[in-house]
Design a protein around this ligand. Structure first.
Ligand code: FE2
Length: 274
């Protein structure tokens, strides 16, 4: 709103047609405001912040289906989580946790201690995943390919099979594009730091305008249950800055992800010591 009312050229307050000359008279000459590069895209307003004040070196990806209106906003979830900002992106490269955390049927709930309920073991989620870093000039992007299958008594339910291609763009934005029985869509995952170890996580779902809202709400609910299982871990674990990696495919993938994510830490970024 303020951007529409005040011109921020040269980071100095200056009169605009919506502010009268009389009002501007009372603004001290030393008054300054910081301006940021912003862009409106995919239904979101993105703001670029760099610890050293560097100009944007990449921008979020435009989702043409949202711009054109083919995919419409269907709902969102929000969580505040006590964890390190790198924990969530690293989840994408942690292929081994899928079977440990996301396999039990969503009806079993979000409590890791009780979700392996034998009375609900007839329903299980099956996952496959692979994470990769695209070559330059897209080195700021992480690519995750994921499939989800839900089986009842060992039999797949085709209407909840998901083929997902997720793009992690920079340190805090993920576009999870999916193909389903009901059509295509995307989860937009946005991670915003609130405090050094407190992050706001938002998931918004967009699906084809013709898809009934109850379907997209169910997808959002199922995704929320799975995320809240991760949250139980994140809220209770300690981030290890220099963990000991085992010589395994799973751990080498996490090591690769850490090297990839390190590009988003700049030299003078305030750092917590722990
Ligand atoms: Fe997870």
């Amino acid at each position: 709103m303020h951007m529409r009312e005040v011109s921020l050229q040269s980071s100095l307050c200056s009169p605009h047609r919506l502010i009268s000359e009389n009002t501007f008279r009372y603004v001290p000459a030393v008054a300054k405001v910081t301006s940021y590069t912003t862009m409106e895209l995919n239904g979101w307003v993105y703001l670029w912040h760099h610890a050293e004040g560097a100009e944007p070196s990449w921008t979020p990806v435009e989702l043409q289906d949202i711009t054109s209106g083919t995919w419409q906003y269907k709902g969102r979830t929000e969580h505040y989580i006590n964890y390190h900002i790198e924990e969530l992106p690293e989840n994408g490269a942690d292929v081994a946790h899928l079977a440990q955390v996301h396999k039990p049927f969503i009806a079993a709930g979000i409590d890791l201690a009780s979700m392996w309920n034998k009375y609900l073991s007839w329903g299980q989620h099956k996952w496959t995943a692979s994470w990769n870093q695209p070559p330059a000039p897209d080195e700021h992007v992480g690519s995750l390919k994921l499939t989800h299958d839900l089986k009842f008594f060992g039999i797949s339910l085709p209407f909840v099979f998901l083929n997902v291609h997720a793009f992690q763009v920079g340190p805090g934005i993920v576009y999870l594009k999916f193909e389903s029985f009901f059509g295509t869509g995307v989860f937009i995952q946005s991670l915003t730091p609130v405090e050094p170890m407190l992050q706001k996580l938002a998931h918004s779902i967009y699906m084809n305008w013709a898809v009934p809202n109850c379907i997209s709400k169910f997808f959002l609910y199922a995704e929320c249950v799975q995320v809240e299982r991760d949250i139980m871990i994140w809220n209770n674990k300690k981030y290890a800055g220099k963990p000991v990696f085992a010589k395994s495919t799973e751990d080498s993938l996490i090591a690769r992800h850490r090297r990839w994510y390190s590009q988003f830490y700049s030299e003078n970024l305030p750092k917590l010591k722990f």
